[in-house]
Write a protein that binds this ligand. Sequence first.
Ligand code: ADP
Ligand code: MG
Length: 234
Amino acid sequence: ARADLVQAERLTTIGKMAAHITHEIRNPLSSIGLNLELLEEEIAKLQEGRESAQLVSAIRAEVDRLSRIAEQYLSVARRPRPQRQPERLQDLIEELTAFVGPELERAHVALRVETDDREVDVLVDEAQLRQALLNLIRNAREAMPQGGSITIAVHHLANSAEISVDDTGPGIPEELRASVFDPFFTTKQRGTGLGLAVTREIIESHEGTIVCEALTAGGTRFRITLPAEESDPQ
Ligand code: ADP
Ligand code: MG
């Protein structure tokens, strides 16, 4: 147990160092990005600038990727404690679907929302739950590059509320299903592997659970369970 404790302390030190380094990297990275923008403008003016333009756009892609990692990493490392308030899940999801509608439409992904009639408030940090669901929706979209559909379902049970996000994508191979929530686990060329780690952190800090299941039709379901409103508001 003592060794565990030492190990846990070491991890928080490493975690703090990592957050610090990430923060330090963010500023130079944004200045690289700005200078790159200027360079792109200059190259666009050149007659024979095509090759340079390609090189610069390759650099741009990597700079963007590093920035995304830094932002997402910091949003995990510095996520504030959830400020939970009673919210109607239906309203929150309605607002979220209006927000993601256009990007899903462009990707030929249809979105359906199923909610039951009970209107029960759930104690959540609206911004954080929104982020958690957005990560699931974006993953679903990215799993279906040729298009498909996403179904978000909300059910209120006796002491909990359940939100599931289903897709008609290729599914997650069984041997990877246990790893998808691990920080930095990604199968995407430009993925950060932080989306599901953040999502799980958010749900668990709401005393909820999240699991990933295979659908018989072949797609994936992420199922979130949150305690219903009678739980203590921290
Ligand atoms: P990222 O999206 O940056 O790869 P995530 O943590 O969001 O990181 O997801 C981790 C991995 O889980 C993805 O790379 C992908 O392999 C898998 N995954 C997540 N959601 C889905 C999904 N809806 N369908 C298929 N695979 C998924
Ligand atoms: Mg993701």
